[in-house]
Design a protein around this ligand. Structure first.
Ligand code: ADP
Length: 181
């Protein structure tokens, strides 16, 4: 039987992309023929990097990864998935805490359009890495060399310097997801 061509989208805020996200991407690219990283654009909230900047940072990092691409998107993830003719939505799981919310999201998305969500568990060393935490640690000048790519770290330092550390707004990961789905 011929293997089905599978296109997946990996939606998220990626503000900024972390080694945890990259770990999910490198595992995902082995499972799917095409993997589109979809950077959510929220009209409501104040993000550290613009969607264009986030896309640019990701594009640099996925150069040379076959079948992997990145683009911004607006509105509902399921509608974007339909426009892209995606077969599945890919999401990453870090811990049991992620499971409850992701489960709810996946069930809702399936109920709305029938699209399936596939989860990939991160490597243990990134189980505690989140973009929110990265922004917070960076604002306090912490060492992030094991958690984010060097290029991202440089951009983060520049952005925080420009904003002044106090300008960094803290918000929850689930707030991001709600706004992007
Ligand atoms: P969202 O705001 O949609 O949650 P994120 O950029 O925070 O966007 O996350 C996108 C996806 O990547 C989510 O499925 C999230 O669970 C997953 N993710 C985030 N950090 C990690 C990590 N360290 N390891 C594995 N998956 C992760």
């Amino acid at each position: 039987m011929a293997k089905k061509f599978v296109r997946a989208i990996f939606p998220g805020s990626f503000d900024p992309i972390t080694n945890g996200h990259l770990d999910v991407i490198s595992r995902g690219m082995k499972l799917f023929d095409e993997l589109v990283i979809a950077v959510g654009r929220s009209p409501v909230k104040n993000q550290l990097f613009t969607p264009e900047e986030r896309v640019e940072m990701i594009a640099e990092l996925i150069r040379g990864m076959p079948g992997v691409s990145v683009e911004p998107f607006e509105g509902l993830t399921v509608e974007y998935a339909a426009r892209k003719k995606a077969d599945v939505i890919l999401r990453g799981l870090r811990s049991l805490t992620d499971v409850q919310y992701e489960f709810q999201l996946a069930m809702t998305n399936r109920a709305v359009t029938g699209i399936e969500t596939i989860f990939i568990m991160t490597s243990e060393q990134y189980g505690f890495t989140s973009s929110t935490l990265i922004r917070e640690v960076a604002s306090l000048g912490g060492d992030l060399s094991n958690l984010i790519p060097k290029t991202v770290h440089e951009r983060l330092k520049q952005r925080l310097k420009k904003n002044g550390h106090g300008a960094l707004r803290s918000r929850s990961e689930s707030e991001d997801t709600i706004l992007n789905t």
